[in-house]
Design a protein around this ligand. Structure first.
Ligand SMILES: *Cc1c(COP(=O)(O)O)cnc(C)c1O
Length: 373
């Protein structure tokens, strides 16, 4: 029997295992030189001045909001079509979140941001959904015109580009995730990328208790910080994975193009096209079912899983979680609702063979045929 093909999956090579084993025999399991080496490699890859790695993207988001001075009484504008952590981290700082509706590709609609801005707004947080970069220039312009800061939650988008420039260079602070199934992994992990010395310094402080060594045994704690550090063992894995990132993206790109070709003349669903001036890390391959088929999505999902095709749905709009309903009451954003209703992410990852991709496309098309149109 064919094994289940998940929508995304890590790739761990023998070489990854070897570097991790070597690091475990090293002098420092954490707090050693592997951390800054991984950070340097990421700076070079992205083309950005500073990278500060942390133990998750959620930690990185929290630190980013703190570094931008987000606190009680402030508002953050973000998209509901993201993992909960994007908004949660703003709440952790005591701020409030205003949700902005999305476009057909699942990215925040830059044309709707302006009217959500109030005197309390401090930060706009965009998310490069599935690896497809947001309209960052337009969003940055809105931020600057209104004296706001911009965070780019690029958890899906390490390796994505706009006009040949890597995602991670445009916003005040960009966020990356190294969770197991994100573009590269350190088991759990994340990072901020920034060109600002000030934000990078603050991020380093918040990452490690707000404490700096002064002299001999003495130290000072100047901020209320956290322990958001990433271990050396995790960092060597990340650095080894980073060497293969472009190869892994190439595999995902090949699968995505194959799907595009297979799906180009059908009418049961639409696909999200990546604009020609962009490169996507292809974290997700997104299809949007027709309104009619979307009504049967639960059955389609079940049937595909039975047949070993591990589709997933990204994302339940954040404001639909009971916690957010209690906090903000009922919210309804038309495009976000419609996107959530219709969206399916098809398997697309570096551990899939050409034959796996063919099986996914064949199975997906035949299952949809069973359900009409
Ligand atoms: C995965 C993800 C996060 C959280 O990442 P962790 O590293 O698991 O904390 C945040 N934002 C987005 C968009 C994500 O996909």
């Amino acid at each position: 029997m064919r094994s289940f093909i998940p929508y995304s999956k890590q790739q761990i090579t023998d070489d990854d295992i070897a570097v991790v084993c070597a690091a475990m025999k090293g002098e420092y399991l954490t707090g050693g030189t592997a951390v800054s080496e991984f950070e340097k490699a990421l700076c070079k890859y992205i083309g950005v001045k500073h990278v500060v790695v942390m133990n998750s993207a959620t930690s990185a988001l929290h630190v980013a909001y703190l570094a931008l001075g987000v606190g009680v009484g402030d508002e953050v504008i973000t998209t509901p079509i993201t993992f909960a952590a994007t908004a949660n981290a703003a709440l952790m700082c005591g701020a409030d979140v205003k949700f902005c509706d999305v476009k057909d590709d699942g990215n925040i609609d830059e044309n709707l941001i302006q009217k959500l801005i109030t005197s309390k707004t401090k930060v706009i947080t965009a998310v490069d959904f599935g690896g497809n970069a947001v309209a960052i220039d337009e969003i940055l312009k809105i931020a600057r015109q209104n004296g706001l800061k911009l965070i780019d939650d690029a958890s899906h988008a390490l390796g994505s580009e706009i006009d040949g420039v890597k995602v991670g260079n445009h916003a005040d602070i960009s966020i990356f995730s190294f969770h197991a199934i994100k573009p590269i992994t350190t088991f759990e992990g994340g990072a901020i990328a920034t060109n600002s010395d000030e934000y990078a310094n603050l991020a380093r402080l918040y990452r490690s208790h707000g404490i700096v060594k002064t002299e001999l045994w003495d130290s000072d704690m100047s901020e209320l910080g956290y322990n958001y550090r990433l271990s050396d063992v995790a960092c060597v894995l990340g650095q080894n994975q980073l060497k293969r990132l472009d190869d892994m993206i190439a595999v995902r790109e090949k699968i995505a193009r194959y799907y595009d070709e297979r799906f180009k003349s059908q009418t049961k669903f639409s696909i999200v096209k990546i604009e020609p001036n962009k490169r996507s890390a292809r974290h997700l391959y997104v299809v949007l079912l027709s309104e009619k088929l979307a009504q049967k999505k639960a059955e389609i999902f079940k049937k595909l899983h039975e047949m070993g095709v591990g589709v997933q749905v990204h994302y339940k709009p954040t404001y639909k979680f009971s916690y957010y309903k209690q906090k903000y009451g009922e919210i309804y954003l038309k495009n976000a609702e419609n996107f959530y209703l219709r969206e399916l992410s098809l398997p697309c990852h570096q551990s899939m063979s050409d034959d796996d991709a063919k099986y996914v496309a064949d199975t997906f098309l035949s299952v949809l045929d069973e359900f009409g149109n």
